[in-house]
Design a protein. Sequence first.
Length: 860
Amino acid sequence: GDYILSLAPDMLTCFYKRGALQKQVQQRLRANPQDPWALRQQGAIHLSEGKTFEGVKALRQAIDRYTVLAGNDSLSKAELRAARSMLAASLLQLLRTQFADHQQLAQEITPLLETEQQRAEFHRVMAEGFGQHGDAMSALQHVLNLAKIDAAKQEPLPWEEGSRLERVDGQRQVACNRWISAIIQQLVSSSSPESSAQLIAKVVNETPASAERDGPAVYLTQLRQLVSNLGIHPRAVDARRTLIRELIGAGDLAEAIAHLSFLQSHATASQAARWTAEVAELLENHQEYAEAARLYRQIRLQWPLETLEDEQSVDEYVARKEQLSTFSTYLRAPRPWPNGATEVTATDARLNAAQLQSAVPFRVQQSTGPWDDSQTLAADSSRQPRIMVLDGAGQPIIEVMNDRNGSNKYVTQNVELSYAKIYGNVAVISLGQEIVAVDLSQNSQPRSDRILWQHAVGAPMIASRIRFRGLASQQVDTLLGIPKRSHVDSDGQLVGRLGSVSVNGVCFQELGELHCVDLLTGRHHWTRSDVDKGCELFGDDDLLFAVSPEDRELARVFSTQDGRELGHRKVVPWEATCTTLGRWQLYVSPATDQQTPSVNLALYDAWTEKDLWSQPFPVMSKSCLIGTDEIAVVQPNGAFQVMNIASGRVVVQQQLDAQSLSAVHVHRFPDRYIVATNRADYGGRQTLRYNVLGTNISAAEVSGKIYAIARDSGSQLWKKPVVVEDFAMPTYQPTGLPAFTLLKLLQSSSRGQRTMASALCLDIRDGSPIFFERNLSYTSANFQISGVPSLNMINLTLPDNKVYTIQFTTNPRSEQGPVEIPADDQDPDDKTEEDANPVPGLNLKGLPARLRNLRPGPER
């Protein structure tokens, strides 16, 4: 036949074969040149052949005839609607591609638009056309008309349910409200100061928001859209502060703190301190004391030299808050731990497999806002898919089961490869095959909905449980020894990379698509389908950089607002990058301008393609990232320094012992850095198999010296360094305890394959050992440390499945200090239960004192 019929539940559609249709149209037009059906089909044929003007002419003629014939003829009315829709689409395409030549067509198109979708597309095309030809005010009017259509469409829905994506070009889909915000900001930024002020005034005046008139939910929606439309314009500040007040009143702390974090990162120090104090007072008034205290601490730490609204200094202001009973537990400095003798008792933990746990900190690669570094975001690396926030004493503040839908589907077995970016009170965590957003707000009321959203980003698998099958690990060490670890798929391409994370959205890649979703709800803002699989991503509030594995030195740059492409930039390859701060890359490269072999450590702005600072170091230097804001470097001659990454400023420097190193590890405590070095000449034990990591214990190898360096003065706080061999330093070390723990496992080389464990706990105040046990039977890969400061007590759960309680007392103790603990050369199969003499002053109450080979450390 000449056509194909398609039957749907509510309609019957006829599809003509092209040749047959052309023949039929020609026959009918010869018989009647005014045949409306033939004219409409002829117009469609012309349009399909790219003959736009001929097609438009035929459609106009068809509409004229249908208008005359329609009357009460329902078939003619339907044909008329089809012709009008086809003509409207054709004229819109002319406006889209040749706006200057066909601007007058707008008057003809307007009466042809019959659906909200058609009217929305018309206003979008007109806004883009006027904007491209310099008429910003006309463009803005069409944008605001589109906003009214979008608001009416979404009015029955709460904000959290998001909006649908609309295709704006061949590769990009964008939520309408985000497209509106993006084009408003483009119009404002491209106009003169006077015109920009007029545009902003029009946006504010035509976005009325009234809680009394519209109700709280609609009012919040209008405020959110106004804030999004204004972006970083100064007029947005007042709107955003109003939004924060309303959100706190509604109990939505996560969104309120996210907007505060945005204000802080785009303000002067004085503004940031005052606005943060304003929000803290609001939280205090709403009895959200934990959150208010977090902001008061942030003010004291980040802006100590500023003056607040009432001309009080920051110290005076926070000190006054400390005196309030509501803040006594949050703000007052902890009571010093006793510095006398310690007593140790052991009890059987009696933990079964389901009760085993070991806190493995997530690598936090971004921290924007009031996140407290004394706290630790960690995973329980046991069988329980648990995400935790631990306080400085190792006690859980927040515990979240990563099992929102009851499927327990995505459980990583290698937390070390996972990492997090924190914005405000929201932690966005990459687990490899899944991105998870967790609300870290410390609300006054208990809550169970801390998992805000989850997105799978790996290849789909048919299974009830996915434990990262198909993923492997990749590690590359930079020239300064910083390890780069990541999940990779079977093709060796990066998986689960997080890009920009901010109140403007969370960007990530799922196979060959880029996604930007809402920070709080996970609803899509935009997607792109034209990127290579396995990109490295980084960026900030405004820019997203995507580096293809096909060209690791060139990035495509996209707007985080609507996903439009902004251009290409040269970037530092992933393998040479130590870390990123927004659009900045901290990297290491060979130095070519130095007389001796050296490397350059530099901070590179990937948007301007310029180094912000650079410093050379000897080629055998080793470095370590400290949190998200500092980097430590140890040179072969022992010169040690800590630098602020953003400024390149040296904040601490000290002379350590000259030695050739393979690695350096630094833990930051409130008043000191604990620096552990690993010798380059360490080759491991020849007859014993040394396990750095247990199954559930994340740790770094240490065979070298351990120092304590004051954060304020840079001075050494111990008489001499502690010297250890064959130990592993757990990555989790609670910063509110006066203790630093090292572990190791030894497995025999023959016969019974017996495994033994050793544990060493140092007093960070002077380097003295407060606990040392080198003959623990290995029962399970278990390590927990926590303390009860009010009782001066630390609890250690070790691989022998026992809990060791270390009690700090005021009883006199022998003068001790740092010691040297050599390698254990004895095979576990040969060990006996004989006791060794304890270290003087080390009281292991209730324990055999197996402390052989423990001797004073060398004098420096």
